[in-house]
Write a protein that binds this ligand. Structure first.
Ligand code: UDP
Length: 309
């Protein structure tokens, strides 16, 4: 996002507490190390220079961790977002783009999930994101215009490999599969559950490239000036791939066999999450460029094979 903003002529400031982020990833824009729950630090940051818009990515975002530590999730995600929004009010900043998630929907009632699908999260992570969406709807009364972008499964890396995924420990499927490919079999992938009600028994997800997500943020920022109040958009490709299919794609792209074991289901995982994303395409004029899974995996592979795990 910072790369796209900076190369599109925006002046960028990154604020991060570096609890999971990396200083070396701040390649575009200024950097302030602060926690969004620290009101004084936010006041200082907003006072430094005029701010036109806030894009809020800072959250705890692991489903299974949220099941084990819900209090951490409510504190970071809900209390932190409230602090950020209240600091915006104090400094008369009115545009807000929020990273939401497909996890707000819970168990899908339709094959593809549209924005008007019921929101009944089945894990604390989804609950915290939905709580912030609800807050945003109410904060329209203060003149805050916002968009919640419900990401499906963010994946891939920058095409020039300038930036990519770097979690420690890594929990996401594609990097874990690639990690297994790199290790030559010593690092075995675990497949969490093969007894889901899906065609091959493994969970189905809709993988969307991070650069396509970034493009949607830029478009929705422009769109905020045409609307009032709160908007919500799904961001996905509209195609579902099972864990087994992801593994096979990774084998094709990398040319390595992926050593793997079958493990128990991971708590909080719904069997299938696939987006109906016509709204973002028609309203924002969004066109994802990486519509095929192999292309997404190839960009991730180009990044991961040059990283040390
Ligand atoms: N998964 C897996 N092994 C892993 C990581 C993930 O089988 O090492 C499965 C996980 O249970 C889910 C899917 O892959 O069904 C995608 O998980 P990920 O953590 O990448 O994203 P999430 O869907 O939780 O946002």
């Amino acid at each position: 996002m910072t790369k796209l903003l900076a190369t599109s002529g925006f002046e960028v400031t990154v604020l991060d507490n570096l609890s999971t982020g990396h200083l070396q990833a701040v390649k575009w824009g200024d950097f302030i190390q602060a926690d969004i729950r620290d009101a004084a630090a936010l006041d200082k940051a907003f006072a430094q220079k005029p701010v036109d818009a806030v894009m809020h990515f800072s959250a705890k975002s692991l489903v299974s961790e949220s099941v084990a530590q819900p209090e951490v999730y409510f504190d970071n995600n809900v209390v932190g977002s409230r602090q950020l929004l209240d600091a915006m009010r104090r400094h008369s900043v009115e545009r807000f783009i929020f990273s939401s998630t497909a996890a707000v929907y819970g168990m899908p009632e339709t094959e593809k999930i549209a924005e008007d699908h019921p929101t009944r999260p089945i894990n604390p992570y989804g609950e915290t994101k939905l709580a912030v969406e609800n807050m945003l709807q109410q904060y329209a009364v203060f003149g805050i215009r916002s968009s919640a972008l419900r990401y499906f499964n963010a994946a891939g890396a920058d095409a020039a490999s300038d930036i990519g995924e770097a979690h420690n420990p890594e929990t996401h499927l594609i990097p874990n599969v690639l990690k297994s490919a790199i290790s030559g079999g010593s690092n075995r992938l675990k497949i969490f559950g093969t007894d889901y009600p899906t065609p091959d028994g493994t969970c189905v997800r809709d993988y969307i490239h991070v650069s396509d997500l970034a493009q949607a943020h830029l478009l929705s920022l422009q769109h905020l000036d045409l609307t009032e109040g709160f908007n919500v958009f799904n961001l996905g490709n509209g195609a579902g791939f099972s864990v087994q299919e992801v593994l096979e794609s990774c084998e094709q792209v990398t040319g390595h066999t992926i050593a793997h074991d079958i493990d128990a289901r991971r708590e909080g995982d719904p069997p299938m999450l696939v987006a109906e994303s016509r709204k973002a395409k028609s309203v924002l004029n969004w066109q994802p460029k990486y519509s095929d899974l192999n292309g997404i995996i190839e960009s991730a592979w180009n990044w991961h094979k040059n990283q040390s795990f």
